[in-house]
Design a protein around this ligand. Structure first.
Ligand code: PLP
Length: 353
């Protein structure tokens, strides 16, 4: 008997999902549907509400995260929609360190009086638990960007559920290959699809995933009314990139583990922040800020650029961004490991260090 689609492993879902039915003459790859409207009489009737290319992408991501996915125009578009699940005047509990534009959005919500925002060290479980009573939304990013702190997701999600707090987890750094927050008790997952999912540094896109029908309906309404929708071409590129995510992630993560270990033994490196999983790590330098600047300018296989999750290895000093909080050390350099040969990546770092 053929395997039921629900029983397929993530590596297979990535390859097999979101394809047209296998009937004679059907294309193997889903087409890109460029249209702004549809012939009346069926849903969606307009392309801000739905697109078959989004459906193909959403099918794959939803199955990987065990929920229903919605494609958004960017990670921040998805994050803004998920944050709007906090009712006006409600309270959001969030990590002290989160992606800096997420932090900027939290600050804006607080400054405009639309939400109360409580920032906590996400790796201090008791501090997060203490902040939950009376809150409406718990924002989790684990590992945190760029400090690589790890939250106890199962414990925090369970406590949030008991306290009636909606939990959102940014799973961009881990991808559903390495971490499935919904299975750990989160209500909503958000992704910057721009990163490991699309995987080739050529698309900006986002997504939310939830298994809760009410939250799905709210997020869909938000996307349709606020219009943060991706183009069909971007969505197709993201889906094409996702086909190889499992092998890319495995290779990048393997190289990251090797680099983390070697960097930890290098005299020019004073601290390595590596969560033991994934393809992201941050380092601090014995020579401080001048050494960090020299590293950024001294690499040639690596590229000094923001972003992560592509086949190309990138590094950058995070404090160059005005939105980065000052608890991130000035000399912290974040490394996003790609799929090049690890010895070329290492040799390039060594000569620049
Ligand atoms: N979440 C994380 C963890 C990120 O690193 C980023 C971008 O760097 C985002 C969200 C935002 O995604 P986007 O740039 O696709 O809007």
């Amino acid at each position: 008997m053929p395997q039921h689609p629900d029983d397929l492993r993530p590596e297979t879902v990535l390859v097999a999902g979101g394809r047209p039915d296998k009937v004679p003459g059907a294309p193997l790859s889903p087409p890109v549907t460029f249209t702004s409207t549809y012939v009346a009489g069926a849903d969606p009737n307009y392309a801000r509400g739905g697109n078959p290319t989004w459906t193909a992408f959403e099918d794959v991501l939803g199955r990987l995260e065990a929920g229903r996915a919605l494609a958004f125009s960017s990670g921040m578009g998805a994050i803004a929609a998920a944050m709007a699940l906090c009712p006006p005047g409600g309270t959001i509990v969030a990590g002290r360190h989160v992606y800096n534009a997420t932090g900027g959005l939290l600050e804006e919500l607080a400054a405009e009086g639309r939400s109360k925002v409580v920032r906590v060290p996400i790796d201090d479980t008791q501090a997060v638990l203490d902040a939950l009573p009376g809150a409406d939304l718990l924002w989790l990013e684990s590992p945190s960007n760029p400090m690589m702190e790890i939250a106890d997701l199962p414990a925090l999600c369970a406590a949030a559920r008991t306290a009636n707090v909606v939990t959102v987890c940014d799973n961009t750094f881990m991808t559903p290959i390495l971490q499935q927050p919904l299975a750990m008790g989160a209500d909503v997952v958000v992704h910057s699809v721009t990163k490991f999912l699309a995987g080739h540094s050529d698309v900006v896109m986002g997504a939310v995933v939830t298994a809760n029908p009410d939250l799905h309906a709210k997020l869909l309404t938000r996307r349709t009314l606020h219009g943060a929708i991706p183009g069909p071409m971007e969505t197709w590129l993201a889906l094409r990139g996702m086909r190889t995510m499992a092998v890319r992630m495995k290779r990048s993560a393997h190289s990251a583990a090797i680099l983390a270990q070697r960097l930890g033994e290098h005299p020019a490196v004073s601290r390595v922040r590596y969560p033991g999983v994934g393809a992201m790590l941050s380092i601090e330098l014995t020579g401080g800020l001048p050494a960090a600047l020299a590293l950024e300018n001294g690499v040639s296989v690596w590229t000094n650029a923001t972003s992560l999750g592509g086949v190309e290895s990138l590094l950058e000093r995070r404090r160059r961004h005005p939105l980065e909080v000052d608890t991130v050390p000035e000399d912290l350099v974040r490394l996003a490991v790609g799929i090049e040969h690890v010895e070329d990546l290492w040799a390039d770092l060594v000569q620049a260090l």
